[in-house]
Design a protein around this ligand. Structure first.
Ligand code: WTA
Length: 646
C-alpha cells in the first residue's frame, strides 16, 4: 500500500513557487548558488568562515576514502560558537531558549544566561574529573538542563552521548557500556501527559553492574522521591551552587569528536555515530540558516527531542550557533488539550516550525478546528523531517497551519549525515508536495542500481551520496571497520544511505523508504534485528522475525512473527507479555503493534527467513511466489490465520 502510494507520487504535478515577498527578502535569493556550489571545496571553504575559529584551517578537506578530515588544522569550540560569540554584540540579552514545560511553567534563558550556566556546569563536570575526550551520557527530559549539559560537555571537549528518555534501562545500559561513560546526567523524572517517567530509577537499574560511571548528576524536575547513592549521586541544583562561571572553552581540533549518538541499523546492536566539531558545526550552521531562511527576529521552534539527531542539529547546534531564539517544549502535543502546539505558536509568535509528518497526520486526524481557533499568522515557514510526507499531509500542513502563505521545507537527512542533505532552499526552490526536491548546494547524490550504475529518470533505486560533506559521520564509535562495511561497501565508491528513492523528469527526488532492515516508526529508526533479539530473549520464544507494516499515522508499525518453543501453550496473554518484554528491553517506541504467534516461520530451502513474504502477509498483499519455500503450508497457515484475526 505504502509503496503503491509512493509510486503514484511521480504523478504529483502541483508546483508551488516561493511567494514573491518571501523570495525578495530571503537569505538566499539567487538560484545560481546551485551551480556555484559545484566547486564543492571552495563552497565549503567559504562556509567555514561563518564560525569563529581559534586557529584557521590549513586545508578544507583531506579525503582518504572513506575517511574525511574537514577543516584540517583548524581549532574551534562548539559551545564557544553557540554562546560566547554572541555575547559581544546585540545578542547578549536576546532570548536563546524559551522553555515551555508540560505543566505550563516557563523559563527564558538569554544568551548570557545560557553561557553563564553552561560555564558553571562545565566547571562542575571538571571537578568530577571530566576531561577532553571523556564520554558523558545525558538521559534527560526536554528541559533546558539537557541543552546546558550538552554544551557544557562541548565546552570541555568531552563528547556527549544523549540517550532518548523513552529508552529503557537495558537500552541505556548498552549505550553506557559501549561509550564507557564516566558521568551520567539525568533527572529524577520526566513528565508525559501528566504522568511521571522514572528516569533516575532507570539509571539506577542500568548502572547496577557497571563500573565505568563515577558520578550521576540528577536534575530535580518532578520532585518525586528517588534513591540517591551518597558516593555516586548528586543533585544538579546543589553542585552548581556558588560554582565559578568562568570556564575557558577548550580549543578543539576540527576533527575531534563532538558527540556520539546511537542509532539503529541492520544488526541487533545500535551503532555509535561519531560527529566532529568543525565539519559538523559548519554543516548544521549553514543549513539551519539557509533552509529555514533564518532572520535575526525569528522565533524558531523545532519539536524534536534532544535524544535524536534532529534535536542535536536543529534544536541545539544549528540554531544556537546562528544566534536564534529557540522554543523548547517539554511535553505531549495533546496535553492538556489537542491545541497545545497552536497555543504555543500563538503565545510566542513562532515564525518557523519544524516538525514530523507523523505529528502532522495526527493533527489532521484530530481536525482543523484546533489550529483554526488559534492565531497562527506569525508563521512564515514550515519544515518537515524524519519520514516521507504524503501529499495529503503536505497540503493539510500548507493550508491549515501555513495559511497557504508559508513555504514547506521537506528535509531529507540522517543521523549519519548530521545535516540536512536534500531540501528546498525556500526562497528559490519550487516545491512539489511529497518531494524533498533537490540536494542542498554543495551536496551530490545519485539513485543507482545494486552495482552502482545510475538509474534513468522516472525509475527507482538506492539513494547514495557521491562526495564527502562537512557534517558527515567520522566513524562508528570504536569500530572503523563497521563504518566502512555499513556505509561504504554495499555500492562501490559511494556512501549508501539505506534508502530507496526515485527521481522525476525535473530531477526532483522522492524518497520511497528504507531499503534495509530498518523500520521507521513515527520518524524513529527501529532495527528489526533489535526487536527480534528482544523477543528471542523471552523464555518462550524460539525465533522471531519483524517487518514494517504501513500505518496511517505512524508511517510504519512493527509487525512481529514469533515462533514459540515446543511444548509451550500458545495463549493470548503471551502476546501482551511479549509486547511488554520488548518495552522492557528497548522502550515503548519499539513495541510491536501486531504479534503473530506460530509454530514455524517460513524459510527458504537454505534456511533463510522469507522476510519479503512476511511483509506481504503483514500488508495483506498477495502471496507472491512461494515455490522456493521449504514448506509452503507454513505460509498458507500464516496467511489464513492472520486473515481470521482481522
Ligand atoms: C528517513 C532523521 C523521507 C529516511 C533526520 C532516513 C526521510 C531516515 C526524511 C533517517 C524525509 C528522514 N523524507 N524520509 N524528509 N527524513 N527520512 O537517522 O529513511 O533518525 O534514512 O534521521 O529517516 O532517520 P534518522
Amino acid at each position: 500500500m505504502e509503496e503503491k502510494r509512493r509510486e503514484g507520487l511521480l504523478e504529483e504535478k502541483r508546483l508551488f513557487f516561493p511567494p514573491s515577498e518571501f523570495h525578495s527578502t530571503a537569505v538566499i535569493q539567487n538560484p545560481e548558488i546551485y551551480e556555484l556550489a559545484h566547486e564543492r571545496e571552495t563552497f565549503w571553504d567559504e562556509r567555514g568562515k561563518r564560525l569563529e575559529w581559534f586557529k584557521p584551517w590549513d586545508k578544507v578537506l583531506e579525503w582518504n576514502h572513506p575517511f574525511a578530515n574537514w577543516y584540517v588544522g583548524g581549532k574551534l569550540n562548539a559551545a564557544y560558537n553557540c554562546l560566547d560569540r554572541h555575547l559581544k554584540g546585540a545578542r547578549r540579552n536576546k532570548a536563546a531558549l524559551i522553555f515551555e514545560g508540560e505543566l505550563g511553567d516557563r523559563r527564558v534563558l538569554t544568551y548570557q544566561d545560557l553561557q553563564r550556566e553552561v560555564s558553571q556546569f562545565a566547571n562542575v563536570l571538571k571537578s568530577f574529573g571530566v576531561e577532553k575526550g571523556d564520554r558523558v551520557i545525558i538521559y534527560m527530559p526536554m528541559i533546558p538542563e539537557a541543552v546546558i549539559a550538552m554544551l557544557s560537555c562541548a565546552r570541555l571537549g568531552a563528547p556527549h552521548c544523549v540517550v532518548f528518555g523513552g529508552f529503557s534501562s537495558d537500552a541505556l545500559k548498552d549505550r553506557v557500556l559501549d561509550a564507557q561513560a564516566k558521568v551520567v546526567v539525568t533527572s529524577d523524572g520526566s513528565y508525559r501527559r501528566g504522568n511521571i517517567i522514572p528516569l533516575k530509577e532507570n539509571v539506577d537499574q542500568a548502572l547496577r553492574d557497571v563500573s565505568c560511571v563515577e558520578k550521576v548528576v540528577v536534575v530535580q524536575r518532578t520532585s518525586h522521591p528517588v534513591d540517591m547513592q551518597s558516593e555516586r549521586d548528586c543533585w544538579y541544583h546543589e553542585v552548581i551552587k556558588n560554582v565559578s562561571s568562568v570556564c575557558p572553552a577548550e580549543p578543539m581540533e576540527a576533527d575531534d569528536m563532538l558527540f556520539i549518538l546511537y542509532t539503529s541499523g541492520t544488526t541487533g546492536k545500535p551503532k555509535g555515530v561519531v560527529h566532529t566539531v568543525g565539519g559538523y558545526l559548519v554543516g548544521v550552521s549553514t543549513t539551519h540558516e539557509w533552509v529555514f531562511d533564518l532572520k535575526e527576529e525569528d522565533v524558531y521552534w523545532c519539536t524534536a527531542d534532544v535524544g535524536w539527531i534532529t534535536g542535536h542539529s536543529y534544536l541545539v547546534y544549528g540554531p544556537l550557533s546562528n544566534g536564534a531564539t529557540v522554543v523548547m517544549y517539554e511535553g505531549a502535543p495533546d496535553y492538556p488539550e489537542k491545541d497545545r502546539y497552536w497555543e504555543i505558536i500563538e503565545k510566542y509568535r513562532v515564525s518557523i516550525l519544524y516538525t514530523a509528518p507523523t505529528a502532522i497526520r495526527t493533527f489532521m486526524k484530530w481536525g482543523e478546528q484546533y489550529p483554526s481557533s488559534r492565531d497562527l499568522t506569525s508563521l512564515r515557514l514550515l519544515g518537515s523531517v524524519g519520514e516521507p510526507i504524503n501529499p495529503e499531509a503536505w497540503m493539510w500542513y500548507y493550508k491549515h497551519i501555513g495559511g497557504e502563505r508559508c513555504p514547506i521545507v521537506d528535509t531529507w537527512w540522517q543521523t549519519e549525515t548530521g545535516m540536512i542533505m536534500m531540501t528546498p532552499v525556500p526562497g528559490i526552490t519550487p516545491l512539489k508536495p511529497g518531494s524533498c526536491t533537490v540536494p542542498f548546494p554543495g551536496v551530490r547524490v545519485e539513485i543507482v542500481d545494486p552495482s552502482g550504475n545510475p538509474v534513468p529518470k522516472g525509475e527507482g533505486g538506492y539513494l547514495v551520496i557521491c562526495d564527502p560533506w562537512p557534517a558527515m559521520l567520522k566513524t562508528v564509535y570504536g569500530n572503523d571497520k563497521r563504518y566502512v562495511d555499513t556505509y561504504w561497501s554495499d555500492i562501490p565508491g559511494v556512501y549508501f544511505t539505506g534508502d530507496e528513492a526515485k527521481w522525476d523528469e525535473d530531477g526532483y527526488f522522492w524518497i520511497i523508504g528504507r531499503a534495509d532492515d530498518v523500520i521507521n516508526v513515527s520518524g524513529h529508526r527501529i532495527g528489526t534485528a533489535e526487536v527480534e533479539s528482544a523477543l528471542v530473549d523471552h523464555p518462550s520464544v524460539a525465533e522471531a522475525a519483524c517487518v514494517g507494516k504501513t500505518h496511517e499515522i505512524k508511517g510504519q508499525s512493527v509487525f512481529a512473527f514469533v515462533s514459540i518453543k515446543e511444548g509451550i501453550e500458545i495463549e493470548d496473554s503471551l502476546i501482551h507479555e511479549l509486547k511488554a518484554h520488548v518495552v522492557l528491553k528497548i522502550g515503548s517506541l519499539a513495541r510491536p503493534d501486531d504479534i503473530f504467534l506460530t509454530a514455524e516461520l517460513p524459510k527458504t530451502r537454505s534456511g533463510k527467513i522469507m522476510r519479503r513474504l512476511l511483509k506481504d502477509i503483514a500488508e495483506g498483499r498477495t502471496m507472491g511466489d512461494t515455490t522456493t519455500l521449504a514448506d509452503a503450508a507454513v505460509v498458507n497457515f500464516l496467511k489464513k490465520n492472520i486473515d481470521a484475526q482481522k
